[in-house]
Design a binder for this molecule. Sequence first.
Ligand code: PGA
Length: 251
Amino acid sequence: MRRKIVAGNWKMNTNVAEGVSLAKDVVAKLNEVPQDVNLIIAPPFTHLVSVAEAIKGSKVALSAQNCADEVKGAYTGEVAVSMLQSAGCTYTILGHSERRQYYGETSEKLVKKMRLALEAGISPIFCVGEMKEERLANKHFDVVEAQIKEVLFELSAAEVANVVIAYEPVWAIGTGLTATAEQAQEIHAFIRKVVADKFGAKVADDMSILYGGSCKPSNAKELFACKDIDGGLIGGAALKAEDFIAIAQSY
Ligand code: PGA
């Protein structure tokens, strides 16, 4: 079943105490969020265990922002999916454009990460999206299709059924520029079609596809009203419980 999801990507923000306090603020406002809206928060690795405790027993799910492409061993600085699982994560963001751009995240690595996460019962929030020049050159459909083919097409339909896709145009992330609802809907529908052509209509229909990129309380309503937009991956606005909750009220 396709689900409404609002996920907060905290990126490299907050210290542990601030993170726990933000998580508690979100939990305290849960009665303002419609029942059928699923909330996910993705704090930095250092915060996971403490934030898991803060959201315990609530409907907020815990996500990591990345995971290692190896199971365990001599990989200094990396965090394995089994560790995320033991910290209480049920999701992990993978392929965020900041990781692709600044940390050399390739599709090849992403396939390994996606498989490991799925094997551990962790649902990837798989990010795709074009750069500004690619949008201007009208290449956004090709870019997004290639990102999906290079990674998702390496997985089985059963695996893909547990993936959430986040479409995040790079030019809209943290810039204050948002894709218009028409632009976003157009590419979300395209993504669903690419998934349907490969994995069948049921997998595509059931898949949640989130929009990300300067999504905030003032524009979430228009975006979430679109047929193929099932929610948002929220960066900046997820750092304020009030705004994050307001976005979750925007369906
Ligand atoms: P933003 O970030 O909402 O701050 O633009 C979104 C994201 O990168 O996930």
